[in-house]
Design a protein around this ligand. Structure first.
Ligand code: GRF
Length: 198
């Protein structure tokens, strides 16, 4: 008899709005990310709007504030929470902190991030503004593995969007975000398909 397919347990880290977290949760519910469950949403910000959206979807939420601790202590707390829940893959979704080795060590190759630019172009803050300032004709989004570098880990999937004459940061960000919501679930599906057993 064939073994039942393993259910991969996802942990999503947010700091704010949480629209990519919602896109992932809705994709899991719709069966677009097979054999997956969102086991926990962790926020470093108690007021993150995404927390309510996760709760509405019946997903466990945890707030882990930094509260004067070092980055390492904060990351150790997060890792402990992920371990307790046997998380297979961590998805950063608007999580506004750089990860320390305490986090990268145990989850290397198992942490994804989404960034609103066509990496390696425009890493870091305000990539949509960077793209407009440079006068490029295409922007987009990238899902990549997280490593020590700033938005520099191996790329899983990208999607381009056009930049129009007279584009504003708001209009461009909106156009990119719409693509992010399709690209992240697709990228997670690709990664889970190749993820080695623990
Ligand atoms: C997205 O644009 C994502 O690419 C970037 O931060 C933003 C988060 O938005 N890393 P949301 O919280 O998922 O709505």
């Amino acid at each position: 008899m064939r073994e039942a397919a393993k259910t991969f347990r996802l942990g999503i880290l947010i700091s704010g709005r949480g629209s990519n977290m919602v896109a992932l949760a809705d994709a899991v519910r719709a069966g677009l990310i097979p054999n997956a469950k969102i086991a926990v949403v962790i926020s470093d910000q108690p007021t993150a709007a995404g927390l309510e959206k996760a709760k509405e979807r019946g997903i466990e939420t945890v707030v882990i504030e930094r509260r004067g601790r070092t980055r390492e202590e904060h990351d150790r707390d997060i890792v402990e929470n992920l371990r307790k829940r046997e998380i297979d893959l961590v998805c950063l979704a608007g999580y506004m902190r750089i990860l320390s080795r305490e986090f990268l060590g145990p989850y290397r190759g198992r942490i994804l991030n989404i960034h609103p630019s066509l990496l390696p172009a425009f890493p870091g803050l305000n990539p949509q503004k960077q793209a407009l300032d440079q006068g490029v004709t295409e922007a987009g989004c990238t899902v990549h593995f997280v490593d020590e570098t700033l938005d520099g880990g191996p790329i899983v999937l990208q999607r381009a969007v056009p930049i129009f004459e007279g584009d504003t940061i708001e209009a461009l960000s909106e156009r990119i975000l719409e693509q992010e919501h399709h690209t992240y679930p697709e990228a997670v599906t690709l990664v889970l398909d190749q993820l080695p057993a623990r």
